[in-house]
Design a protein around this ligand. Structure first.
Ligand SMILES: [Zn+2]
Length: 142
């Protein structure tokens, strides 16, 4: 899935917001909240151990930049950041390791649970995409 997205031109169709040297940032197609981003290595590897140290360092750097950008756009109160490595851990794409960066607001999960698992999002994926991509490109210019 990530490799398929990489093969396409960047835009609202593949949801890739930023390409770095060794890794990229893509919107989660099934976000837990607006601004749910994934940081993914270009290399198709199932675990962090299969990556080289430079790639692991870039994953962490991009995850940190994602938080700065999300803080600016959405002013979240907190973040969840982490990876589900392996199918038994709940990895959605078990063959290609990725780090989730999820902005959080107080009681947001309770709110969504109350609505019966329906993921209510205040904006469309395309809007989120345009905002996040815009922030990444303005950082590149600075
Ligand atoms: Zn892949």
């Amino acid at each position: 899935m990530f490799c398929n997205a990489l093969a396409k031109e960047d835009g609202a169709a593949n949801l890739i917001a930023f390409r770095g040297q060794l890794a990229f940032v893509i919107l989660n197609l099934y976000p837990y909240s607006s601004g749910h981003l994934l940081v993914v290595p270009f290399k198709h590897a199932a675990t962090l151990e299969e990556l080289d140290p430079a790639t692991r360092a870039e994953l962490m750097e991009l995850a940190t930049q994602c938080m700065s950008i999300l803080r600016k756009i959405y002013k979240p109160q907190a973040f969840n950041m982490g990876a589900n490595i392996g199918e038994a851990a709940g990895a959605g794409v078990p063959g290609h390791v990725h780090i989730h960066v999820v902005p959080r607001w107080g009681a947001d999960t309770n709110f969504m649970t109350a609505l019966g698992e329906t993921r209510v999002l205040p904006e469309t994926l395309e809007d989120t995409y345009l905002r996040v991509r815009g922030e990444f490109s303005s950082r590149q210019k600075n």
